[in-house]
Write a protein that binds this ligand. Structure first.
Ligand code: ADP
Ligand code: MG
Length: 722
């Protein structure tokens, strides 16, 4: 029956609002829990501070002689804030954040204790790596790796109910030197891109070129559902999404939710999240309602990719923890509710440095424009060449539900430039620029570029990868994913493209061409070879899906089973090898880990589908059927002829439910697969449709069974009651 549901609604609607805390002054709390440069400066000897600051700026390894002093200062600061433990925080290949906690406590020979934290412990830890997937890199008998502080990402204090802990962002590497995490390749991709960018900037005439880094600002979408409902939904608790549930009558047609008033309880929650983030030095900036009811977004201001990535992981943790405190469950899944908008994580990405600024900003002078076009052209080439890799980087079982569905980007990678910029590139290709001095050559020496407006109106929401004025926005990224994977791919493909552009420019200049002509020649070549990836139309449309594949030769990779094998192509292996971002062994291990996770996630969900169908939904059908049939029988005893159609429908559906469940069960027994690819395909093509079949029947039952007999909180309740 639905007693528990009724109780939940009662509890939620009668709950007392958590009083909002008086907002603190930002200046008072900003980075309060971060051991940042100002705190180091205040607590370290001058020479040590200089050494560590240099390390942070240049990304070089920390001078061991400085490590002890830094460790001591860090420990003293952490203990003054009540921390008794420290943790090396690392980012395994699972999209999650992992940590190993250790006490500062050190027991002395005489039984007394002191707090200890040496430089050695700061720069190197030894988590028990055996429980983290490594894709076969390490033999289990030496299943250990080590973690080491990434000095470019500051240590911080994490406050939880179990006290506060000093957290140290670290890399996670095997003893044989292979990357076991997402941070190592991200750092490598930044340095590869930076190297190639420097070469291009030199060719463009810059002699003073500061290190080029990439920036990332991630917009995080999420759903909030009251915890009282979640506790009655095994699917939400274990899979993070609903495996059953009929769409509500009142659904998304109510677009006034978007940017509408944020419910008070949610507002109090958001404020709490923001305060915590500010203390952690995370620049939360915008918050608003999203398209779907119960869906929200938070977007911090952009930061250097490496720090942004760590902060993004931290932000997801903070969202989950804080939601719990406020009686919510925060769902980061890409598609918690079928038929309702999914959640993405728009990854805003740009590259730049201190001397030339943002290299994806068109700028105001002709020279800036030319430079911008070169970098933009390199991105276009990258997306065309490595689109399938971009798709693979965002391939998860959960994101498969979102891509290509309700108002979400398609699984075909293309670039949206905006009409103005698209026209400029088109003109470069055809050599039809009106102002050109020579036929077919656009003179970049005069300001022929139209002033590119950064108007948000010229935005195409249907593109998976869009230029938005001074950055690209990768919109196909899933809400639960680490941004590292996508950033690694973007930086690496740009490194490759810039390397190519640099070589081509060099060769054209070597032939005696002037810089402008050389640039136009190279960009023309980019457009001829790779222009097919530019698309400004409706990415959701049928026509595009057809045209992209048939006329443009782009790949449509609808499922993870289609996308992940792209990691095994020679082209991708070469890309990572020549840029030094991933060795073939590291790449192979990633394929294995991601494939394993995909398969596991579908198997776990399937089992849940079966158990919920058998133990919750079927019993509800039988109970209601028994009620109906006894009514029919007793009425007929009174000589009243009662309609039997409803009972028949429910009986039929219950029968179909049993059949569909049995089919899924049988399908799950199949275990012999020649290759991992075969197993993934089986999950995508056989298991998933069977799960959908069970769900289809169950959702139909939900439409026929009396509400008072239905055991699961409904979509309507979960989405609208707060
Ligand atoms: P939207 O209109 O797409 O919802 P938001 O303002 O919500 O835009 O988010 C845009 C994100 O892009 C923010 O995180 C912002 O800091 C980030 N951003 C802005 N400029 C850049 C840039 N040059 N490089 C990277 N990210 C940027
Ligand atoms: Mg956006």
């Amino acid at each position: 029956g639905n007693e528990a549901r009724v109780q939940a609604v009662h509890t939620i609607t009668n709950r007392e609002l958590m009083p909002p805390k008086a907002p603190a002054r930002l200046e008072d709390i900003w980075a309060e829990n971060v051991f940042d440069l100002p705190k180091m400066k205040a607590s370290l000897p001058k020479a040590v501070f200089k050494s560590i600051k240099n390390t942070i700026v240049t990304g070089q390894t920390l001078d061991p002689s400085a490590a002890d002093a830094v460790a001591t200062a860090m420990r003293d600061w952490a203990m003054s804030k009540g921390a008794l433990y420290y943790a090396h925080v690392f980012y395994p290949m699972t999209n999650l954040t992992a940590e190993k906690h250790d006490g500062f406590i050190s027991v002395q020979g005489d039984g007394t204790v002191i707090s200890e934290f040496s430089g050695k412990v700061l720069v190197q830890g030894e988590p028990d790596g055996s429980s983290f997937p490594n894709g076969g890199i390490r033999d289990t008998f030496e299943a250990r790796g080590y973690t080491g502080w990434d000095v470019t990402s500051p240590a911080y204090i994490m406050d939880t109910d179990n006290g506060s802990t000093l957290c140290i962002p670290t890399v996670f590497v095997s003893w044989t030197g292979e990357a076991l995490d997402k941070k190592v390749p991200l750092l490598r991709s930044i340095s590869a891109m930076g190297k190639a960018a420097k070469k291009v900037l030199n060719l463009l005439g810059h002699t003073d070129v500061a290190p080029v880094n990439s920036s990332c600002g991630a917009e995080q979408e999420y759903f909030l559902v009251d915890a009282n409902f979640v506790s009655q939904r095994p699917d939400l608790m274990l899979a993070g999404r609903t495996l059953f549930g009929k769409s509500p009558a009142k659904g998304q047609e109510f677009d006034d939710h978007y940017f509408g008033a944020i419910p008070e309880r949610v507002q109090v929650f958001m404020q709490d999240v923001e305060t915590t983030l500010y203390k952690l030095g995370i620049p939360a900036k915008t918050r608003h309602n999203e398209v779907a009811p119960g869906q929200f977004e938070i977007a911090p201001f952009f930061e250097a990719a490496n720090v942004a990535s760590d902060h993004q992981q931290l932000l997801m943790t903070v969202l989950r923890h804080t939601a719990k405190k406020h009686g919510f469950t925060c769902l980061l899944h890409e598609k918690p509710f079928a038929g309702i908008n999914g959640s993405g994580k728009h990854v805003n990405w740009s590259v730049g440095n201190a001397t030339q600024g943002n290299l994806l900003d068109p700028g105001d002078s002709p020279h800036d424009n030319a430079q911008f076009l070169v970098f933009c052209g390199a991105v276009i080439r990258g997306v065309h060449k490595y689109g399938p890799l971009m798709r693979a980087a965002i391939a998860t079982a959960s994101n498969d539900h979102r891509l290509g569905a309700n108002e979400a980007p398609p699984a075909i990678m293309s670039v949206y430039l905006g009409s103005q910029l698209e026209e400029v590139f088109e003109q470069i290709k055809t050599g039809t620029v009106k102002e050109s001095t020579q036929k077919g050559v656009m003179d970049l020496g005069v300001d022929v570029l139209p002033h590119l407006t950064k108007d948000a109106g010229d935005r195409n929401r249907t593109s998976p990868f869009a230029f938005t004025g001074n950055r690209f926005e990768f919109r196909a990224v899933g809400s639960s994913q680490s941004v590292s994977g996508p950033l690694i791919v973007l930086n690496t493909m740009l490194a490759d493209s810039l390397e190519w552009v640099g070589n081509r420019l060099e060769s054209e200049l070597g032939k005696g061409l002037d810089l402008n002509t050389a640039i136009v020649t190279v960009l023309k070549e980019v457009m001829e070879e790779h222009g097919a990836v530019i698309f400004g139309g409706n990415g959701y449309s049928e026509e595009w899906h057809k045209m992209a594949v048939e006329e443009r030769g782009l790949s449509n990779l609808p499922t993870t089973a289609d996308a992940l094998p792209m990691l095994k192509t020679d082209e991708v292996a070469d890309l990572f090898k020549k840029t030094g971002v991933l060795t073939p062994v590291e790449l192979e291990s990633r394929f294995e880990v991601y494939a394993e996770q995909y398969i596991l996630s579908i198997e776990v969900e399937s089992k849940l589908v079966i158990s919920m169908a058998e133990t919750m939904i079927y019993p509800a059908a039988v109970e209601y059927l028994s009620k109906l049939s006894s009514t029919i029988t007793s009425l007929s005893g009174l000589g009243i002829n009662f309609e039997k159609a409803t009972a028949q429908t429910i009986a039929d559906l219950a029968g179909s439910l049993v059949e569909a469940t049995a089919e899924l069960k049988a399908a799950l027994k199949h275990h012999d697969f020649a290759t991992t690819e075969d197993h993934m395909t089986y999950c995508a093509k056989t298991i998933r449709p069977l799960m959908d079949k069970v769900r289809g029947v169950a959702d139909a039952l939900e439409g026929h069974i009396a509400d008072s007999f239905w055991p699961l909180p409904t979509y309507q309740e979960m989405l609208f009651i707060k």
